[in-house]
Design a protein around this ligand. Sequence first.
Ligand code: GLU
Length: 297
Amino acid sequence: MQPVFRFAPSPNGYLHLGHAYSALLNNSLAMAFNGIWLLRIEDIDTTRCRPAFEQALYEDLAWLGLTWPAPVLRQSRELGVYRAALARLDAMGLLYPCAASRQDIAAALARREAGGAASWPRDPDGAPRHPGLVDKLSHTEAEAFTSRGEPVAWRLDMGKALATIAANDSPLVWTRFTAEGELSTVVAQAARWGDVVLARKDIGTSYHLSVVVDDARQGVTHVVRGKDLEAATDVHCLLQRLLGLPTPAYLHHDLIQDSGGEKLAKSRGSTALRELRAGGLTAADIWERLGFAPCPD
Ligand code: GLU
């Protein structure tokens, strides 16, 4: 089976050196493993993604000297597929609707933590962990909300999900791989995420759900992405098990830092590839600076 890698940026800003590193690492590992890599546009977050950033992303990757197979999967065109996966989890009794807004959640949190009570548990992203913070809705209550034009979010009932997989007693694990081809087994700690949102109110899906569905239907065997997404692999692994999808092998690379030692954010213009290009750097300079050499002509 030919290894399939993917680079899956979100067009919510210009690509910076950190993205270039991830793309070049996917490219070099795909070559080293005799595989291919796909480009996937993760643009479900319509509040932040922009066509101009998507266009710039193609230009920047091409400028770097990278090529990828067509057609490119754009998640915003695939919402029906994610809805179907959500419906499957719902049919398994693993979802519940939640109407709480960010403000409702913040207020509930403030109430819980007032008066010196122990701080409420957070998930690995720092968000307050559910359940127990705001009310769960029934499906009937959710229908009433949506018929009034007020969409609801759908959360995974983590307790039920873990009980479901506990019944088939193989442990929830994923395989870590290294550039040298070494493999090790990592136990997924999905419980620390609590009842994660699988469908946001505004877009009807989520990063976790879409990424798992697409990695499976694109036949991705190797996921190479930043360490900032390593903890999310717990949830991905759980969803793969629940939906009967294969779990790829994962490599979470170090994040490229700026000269002050901080993680690069898309908003930092100084390391945007197009700024560097405008400043006179060549693609070969970028390859070399990121430790990939030589850049093919
Ligand atoms: N779309 C995500 C991002 O731009 C990456 C998702 C992934 O590689 O799993 O941060």
